[in-house]
Design a protein around this ligand. Structure first.
Ligand code: C2E
Ligand code: MG
Ligand code: MG
Length: 743
């Protein structure tokens, strides 16, 4: 090129030079002969101008040439510093041009590529050779191809190359020129690979949504949706899985014009899986540029478990896990709210306790008890309807608040509850009769705060229990005058003891098989000079409360033992006398000493004395065990009275030195009132006998009961059917008559 250009320049200067020379000669010769004309001068001037112009042009050419060389050097330097190589092959002339950058990319010398034009192929990573096939196919049809493959450098290093091949065909369709631009893309590939594996291995859902369709989703994402493969999800509308209000919200937020750059939005919603199930997810969304378009990228996770635990915690804080009813917390919150918001209205608080529930739990197991409690919850809700809130306080206690009701309404609800309980509860094909005792307090008359209202309803509930259970009582009714009556009674009681107004009556206990008297229970009687007969159930609790039971109890024990000693002396020697002992008496640390001393003074052997203890003694099992063992070591007999109504569990009893259990009258009543309930009596007899206790049934009033009890192997019976409690004299008459008052 340079030679060509210089040659043409030389020829031009030569021609112009010869022309100028001729002109000079042409001018100078006539000048020598003094014949120069004006035309000759003009011609000479033009010639010099032409020479000058040519010199100028040549200089300009030189400048341009220098600039091109400089630029070419610059380009070469750029290519040399870049991780880029250009491979240019003119197929017409078969000239190959490779930029030196190839040395940097491949690690081989530039000459090596000229020497071996297949070198670039030979160093391709074997696993990537397949790329060449595709490349060749496309180039053959004139397409520009971008391929990516790995190469192995002479030092063993593996690099990623991006190769953009551009074929040129002439008009005839002949392949005339081929250019290829090669880049080292190792760094990009590595970071891409790193991100790709991070995204693919992520346990969180990562997806890209474009135009409402899922363009990309990772494995965690499609599995969460319930798909088995990526293909099941790609291209699907996001609305198939996400509620449309959420997709709209995301779209509006992410693409809103006032959004901050890189702002992420968080959403919690339910995803509908392919199998129709719904799961809770938490998601963040932002806009990204994905394959050149603005799309939404979402990252999220399954929070179903977290939501469930949150709900469980919330539920546990406010609901009773067994029945699903509101618990004590929620009830108190609700009651407080009602009291604050409806200050001027009347409300009722009902405290409800199930009668004899404990015995079902103990004899039939907690699983049966739990089923019954659930059914009880259902019946209570049915009875209360939407007039109030039913809550479970724990155990077999429920509290109900009735909003905006008067006493009359409250009575109606209470009656509906009692009615709901009139049918048995059926569990595992067995029927159980459970009844409620209900105490009611009314706002504002019986209390203005939650604490007082509950306390008073509770008191009223105990009153309902005292009134024979399975009924309801209003606090206001029983509270009216109760304390004054109590005070009067207490005074009378103190005086009665001083004035010997108390007597003991005796009720015989019979062997159900032989009909023989096998025991006698001493029961206290109080005939007040003015008031008349006062029942033990009325004054014994008061005596317990005031502590008067200690001296009274001692008197009863001595009186009964003296009576028994007299009968023994009269020849009736084969049965013990049973005396009721209050729990309070056991708190007297001298009780053991007293009994042993008293027996000695009276001269009665310990085995003639039977102590009837209440189930409530079991509440303090540790202390009771010590006392009962001490009593037992004296030689007295021990009986659990009113069995089935209180706290005792047969499993506790077997560790105590108990001789007999006395089935409570209420169970014996069931034999006739609820034929199926005889089953409870039967269960108690069976279990009692298994534990080697003698079983007594009290409160027998009919022959049917006797038959049932005999059939079920109950050993001893007591009740009006045989005899009411009798005076000592009357009982003696029966003893004389041959041990059988029925004769
Ligand atoms: P308890 O020890 O269970 O006594 C049985 C109660 O049932 C007695 O009532 C008795 O008269 C009554 N009874 C017996 N057979 C029948 C029957 O066939 N039908 C009916 N309807 N009732 C029957 P009482 O005498 O009124 O005594 C009630 C409770 O007072 C006793 O229940 C006992 O817990 C307590 N109590 C009685 N006397 C004493 C005593 O001397 N000391 C102590 N600490 N408590 C006593
Ligand atoms: Mg008794
Ligand atoms: Mg009893």
């Amino acid at each position: 090129m340079l030679i060509k250009r210089n040659l043409s320049r030389f020829l031009l200067i030569l021609i112009v030079g010869i022309f100028v020379l001729f002109q000079i000669i042409d001018i100078l010769l006539p000048a020598l002969f003094h014949s120069i004309n004006i035309m000759s001068y003009i011609t000479l001037f033009v010639s010099f101008a032409a020479v000058g112009f040519l010199i100028y042009i040549f200089k300009e050419f030189d400048k341009k040439a220098e600039e091109i060389t400089r630029n070419q050097q610059k380009m070469k330097n750029i290519f040399d510093t870049l991780d880029v190589a250009i491979w240019s092959h003119d197929l017409k002339t078969d000239t190959l041009l490779i930029t030196p950058g190839i040395e940097k990319l491949y690690g081989y010398k530039l000459e090596n590529f000229y020497e071996d034009t297949n070198l670039w192929k030979e160093v391709i990573y074997p696993e990537d050779l397949y790329v060449l096939e595709d490349r060749a196919k496309k180039l053959a049809i004139g397409e520009t191809v971008t391929s990516q493959y790995r190469i192995i450098r002479p030092d063993g290093e593996v690099r990623w190359i991006q190769d953009r091949g551009i074929p040129t065909y002439d008009q005839k369709g002949d392949f005339v020129d081929f250019n290829s631009v090669l880049f080292d893309i190792t760094d990009r590939k590595e970071s891409e690979g790193l991100y790709q594996s991070l995204v693919e291995m992520s346990p969180d859902i990562i997806a890209v949504v474009y135009d409402g369709k899922i363009e990309y989703i990772n494995e965690a994402g499609y599995k969460l949706i319930g798909a088995e493969s990526l293909e099941q999800v790609i291209g699907q509308s996001a609305k198939n899985f996400v509620p449309s209000q959420i997709t709209n919200l995301i779209k509006n937020k992410v693409f809103s014009s006032d959004k901050m750059e890189n702002e992420r939005y968080r959403f919690e919603f339910q995803v509908k899986r392919i199998d129709g199930e719904s799961i809770d997810v938490e998601m963040a969304a932002r806009s990204i540029l994905y394959e050149g378009r603005f799309a939404v990228q979402v990252v999220g996770r399954d929070i179903t478990q977290r939501k469930k635990s949150e709900q469980t915690i919330k539920f546990m804080a406010y609901y009773d896990a067994l029945t699903g009813l509101p618990n004590r917390n929620q009830f108190r919150n609700h009651l407080n709210k009602v009291l604050h918001q409806q200050l001027n209205k009347m409300h009722a608080v009902m405290f409800l306790d199930l009668d004899r529930f404990k015995i079902i739990n103990d004899t039939k197991g907690h699983s049966v008890g739990d089923i019954i409690l659930r059914k009880v919850a259902g019946r209570l809700e049915k009875a209360v309807q939407n007039e109030g809130l039913v809550s479970r306080q724990g155990g077999d206690e429920f509290i109900i608040i009735l909003e905006d009701v008067d006493k009359e309404n409250a009575s109606q609800v209470a009656k509906r509850i009692l009615y709901e309980f009139s049918n048995p509860f059926e569990v595992n094909n067995e029927e159980f009769y459970v009844t409620p005792s209900i105490g009611i307090s009314i706002y504002p008359t019986d209390g203005s705060d939650e604490e007082t209202l509950i306390k008073n309803a509770d008191t009223a509930m105990y009153q309902a229990k005292d009134c024979g259970k399975n009924n309801y009582q209003f606090y206001s009714i029983i509270s009216g005058g109760i304390s004054t009556w109590k005070m009067k009674l207490e005074n009378w009681l103190r005086r009665a003891m001083e004035h010997n107004q108390m007597t003991l009556h005796y009720q015989p206990q019979l062997d159900l098989g032989t009909g023989k008297i096998v025991g006698v229970e001493a029961l206290i009687r109080w005939n007040h000079p003015e008031y008349g007969y006062i029942a033990p159930s009325e004054f014994i609790p008061l005596a317990e409360e005031t502590g008067l039971i200690i001296p009274l109890g001692k008197w009863i024990l001595r009186e009964a033992c003296e009576r028994r000693k007299a009968w023994k002396d009269a020849g009736f020697s084969d049965f013990p006398i049973a005396v009721n002992i209050s729990v309070r008496q056991f708190q007297d640390e001298h009780i053991i000493q007293f009994i042993s001393g008293m027996l000695e003074e009276v001269g009665l052997e310990a085995n003639y004395l039977e102590l009837e203890i209440n189930e409530s003694l079991m509440q303090n099992l540790e202390n009771s065990t010590i006392i009962l063992n001490q009593l037992k070591s004296l030689g007295v007999l021990l009986t659990v009275d009113d069995f089935g109504t209180g706290y005792s569990s047969l499993s506790y009893l077997k560790h105590l030195p108990i001789d007999k259990i006395k089935i409570d009258k209420s169970f014996v009543d069931d034999i006739i009132y609820h034929s199926n309930q005889g089953m409870m009596v039967k269960t108690i007899i069976d279990m009692g006998m298994n534990l080697k206790f003698t079983v007594i049934a009290e409160g027998i009033e009919t022959e049917e009961q006797v038959k049932f009890l005999t059939r079920n192997a109950c050993q001893i019976g007591q009740g009006y059917y045989y005899s009411k409690p009798l005076t000592a004299e009357k009982l003696e008459e029966f003893l004389v008559k041959g041990n059988n008052p029925m004769v």
